[in-house]
Design a protein. Structure first.
Length: 407
């Protein structure tokens, strides 16, 4: 077993620095911003460009194996990405910190180490709640545990295997979700559902279809109050809007909260708990993000911030409602039903009054049947990822405390 030593991040890096303040233009040098850094990846599709004629410090251009850390803002602070050098002339903006490892550390090991400790980076944030900053001085002093270079390389390669498996599953999930959304659009936006040519419409509504209030179709409620003092170290997962948005986006929950098994059982016995095919909908602040409950694994959720659509009572309707909520028409209906200005909210009563077009039963059944295999595949890949993430997140601490040794 190699001996691990504690070092400061600044001792194993040749550069820790924020990026540039860009002047954005339509084309030029690619600039990575906070939105680009998600799930250890760099999403270049949301990057912007800065004028290539401007002069920039050479050290601010990214090099292969640079590590990027979001360093401004609540919600994005602490996210880590690993730059593999597959793009030429890439910069980051001033809200992102470049961490450039020196020869004392294997870059992939440091990248995964920081990624698995994003909650520690978040904890270093300073300033107002809505504008946290991760300062260079705090990053330089951040203590990390370091084995010898050979062990670092083995650990980095091992974690890479987990990362690639998770990444591949996420890519499959994304393709399946896109397929399901495209089927929904084809049938219910373009209105080319089976038999549409022989179906007469009245004011744009096909015969046999109905416009109904959501509250007349399904029960809509929320949870019982859970206080921060009820959180425990382990038990039943507890979701707030943040976690629901992360799950809806296919992300890993960055900092899981739990309530006790006993408290969960009491809530479930007396008031019920979310089941497979229910939908949770964010209802305060960021409004209208739906999450379809894909299995019966126990969890509970925050009252007020999330609304519970109990669509498991009508599983055939659940998939349709989920993709309707994600659609442009659904989002427009939801946002037009919100109240408040400084802090928008969607009340249960307003959600109950939202109107939705419900297809006739044959079309609804065929849609549900067509999507069932897609949904099942998404569920399987999601479960695989949850297991991989659980194994991965247990791996590094066990290596560090000597429980196991990397081969």
């Amino acid at each position: 077993m190699s001996k691990w030593k504690v070092v400061k991040l600044g001792d194993v890096c040749e550069l820790i620095a924020r990026g540039i303040t860009p002047k954005y233009v339509d084309s030029g040098i690619k600039v990575i911003n906070q939105k680009c850094i998600r799930n250890f990846n760099i999403e270049y599709t949301v990057a912007r460009n800065t004028d290539k004629n401007n002069k920039y410090n050479k050290e601010k251009f990214l090099k292969e194996n640079d590590i990027l850390i979001n360093s401004t803002g609540t919600g994005t602070l602490g996210r880590v990405a690993f730059f593999k050098g597959n793009k030429k002339e890439v910069l980051v903006d001033s809200h992102v910190t470049i961490v450039r490892p020196n020869k004392e550390i294997i870059p992939s090991f440091l990248a995964y180490y920081l990624h698995l400790n994003e909650n520690v980076l978040v904890g270093l944030g300073r300033g107002a709640t809505n504008q946290q900053e991760l300062n260079k001085s705090d990053l330089v002093r951040l203590k990390i545990q370091l084995p010898d270079l050979k062990t670092q390389e083995k650990i980095g390669n091992l974690l890479l295997k987990y990362y690639e498996s998770i990444k591949n599953n996420n890519r499959r999930i994304e393709i399946l979700e896109q397929t399901a959304e495209e089927i929904y659009k084809e049938w219910f936006v373009r209105m080319r559902f089976p038999g549409y040519k022989n179906t007469k419409s009245d004011q744009g509504i096909p015969g046999g279809w109905e416009v109904k209030k959501l509250g007349s179709l399904i029960n809509i409620s929320s949870s019982k109050r859970v206080y921060s003092s009820d959180y425990v170290e382990s038990g039943v997962p507890f979701y707030r809007s943040k976690e629901v948005i992360q799950l809806s986006n296919g992300e890993t929950i960055s900092d899981m909260l739990y309530i006790s098994n006993e408290k969960y059982r009491k809530f479930k016995e007396k008031f019920g708990a979310p089941q497979k095919n229910d939908i949770l909908l964010t209802s305060v602040g960021t409004i209208g993000v739906p999450m379809l409950v894909r299995n019966n694994n126990p969890f509970y959720f925050k009252d007020g911030n999330l609304t519970w659509i109990q669509s498991s009572s009508n599983a055939k309707l659940a998939n349709y409602l989920y993709y309707w909520l994600k659609s442009g028409a659904g989002q427009q209906q939801i946002l037009s039903s919100t109240i408040g200005t400084s802090q928008s909210a969607l009340t249960i009563e307003n959600l109950k009054r939202v109107k939705v077009i419900i297809p006739e039963d044959t079309v609804l059944s065929r849609f549900n049947h067509l999507l069932s295999d897609i949904i099942e595949s998404i569920n399987n890949f999601t479960t695989q990822n949850q297991n991989l993430i659980r194994q991965r997140d247990l791996l590094l601490p066990r290596l560090m405390n000597g429980t196991i040794e990397v081969k």
